[in-house]
Every structure is written in structure tokens, then in C-alpha cells.
Ligand binder design. Structure first.
Ligand SMILES: [Zn+2]
Length: 128
């Protein structure tokens, strides 16, 4: 994800013009309020070669999927389960699952058990 490699073939996902193709679903994208064309997602990019096969083969993408290109992406936080410390120092689940924790969330970031990286994608434009 950080290197922007295709989630299907593992090759660099960027087009020759530098834009990065991204298949985004309703559940994998949150538009960043106040930032037109900027969103946050935990979905990795998909290269142009792999997009047609992904759209045809993945049942999840049949529900809702749009193909965009982005000019850049940067780590923004993590998605995971929040834990809380006990008096003995042991960390136990706090009952908060699949929580988006941005890197500026100093309350939960030290206690989240992350399973995926969130990236902020910039200048999203519908792919033609
Ligand atoms: Zn690919």
C-alpha cells in the first residue's frame, strides 16, 4: 500500500502519466470533508491491466465500484480494534472494532491493533 503497488499483481500501479488507478467501493471510501477530491481508503490501488479482471471476478465489486485515478496518496491512519489498558498493564479489547484511527488521534492510536493502513488519496478523478 505504501509503495502503491497493485493489490492483484504486485507491480507498480501508477499509469505512465503518474496517476494512480483505484477501484473504490462505497464501503472502502470516505470523502474527506472540506477537501474536494480527497478521500480516505484502506483499499490498495489496482493497476490498469488488473482492473477489468478484478471488476469481472470480484463479487464485492459487483455491489458498488467506481474506478478513479489519484495524483498521489499518503498514509493517514490505520483501521483496527481499539484496546484499553488494565491496572496491571495488560491490554484488553475495548469493544471497538473496525475503527478508523487517524495518525493525529492521540487518544486511540497508542492502543489500536491495526490490520490495515488508511491512505489519503488526492485529486481523485473518475477514470475514463
Ligand atoms: Zn495489477
Amino acid at each position: 500500500m505504501r509503495r502503491l503497488w497493485c493489490q492483484v499483481c504486485g507491480s507498480p500501479a501508477a499509469d505512465p502519466n503518474g496517476r494512480i488507478p483505484w477501484i473504490l467501493t462505497e464501503t472502502a471510501i470516505r470523502w474527506d470533508p472540506g477537501w474536494p477530491g480527497v478521500a480516505i481508503t484502506n483499499a490498495p490501488p489496482t493497476c490498469r491491466t488488473c482492473i477489468p479482471g478484478s471488476l469481472a471476478a470480484c463479487p464485492q465489486l459487483h455491489k458498488s465500484a467506481d474506478v478513479y485515478t489519484a495524483s498521489a496518496a499518503a498514509p493517514a491512519g490505520v483501521l483496527g480494534d481499539v484496546h484499553e489498558p488494565t491496572p496491571s498493564g495488560l491490554m484488553l479489547p475495548a469493544g471497538m472494532h473496525e475503527v478508523e484511527v487517524r495518525f493525529d488521534n492521540h487518544r486511540y492510536l497508542p492502543s489500536v491493533l491495526a490490520h490495515s493502513l488508511l491512505v489519503r488519496v488526492f485529486d481523485l478523478q473518475p477514470a475514463i
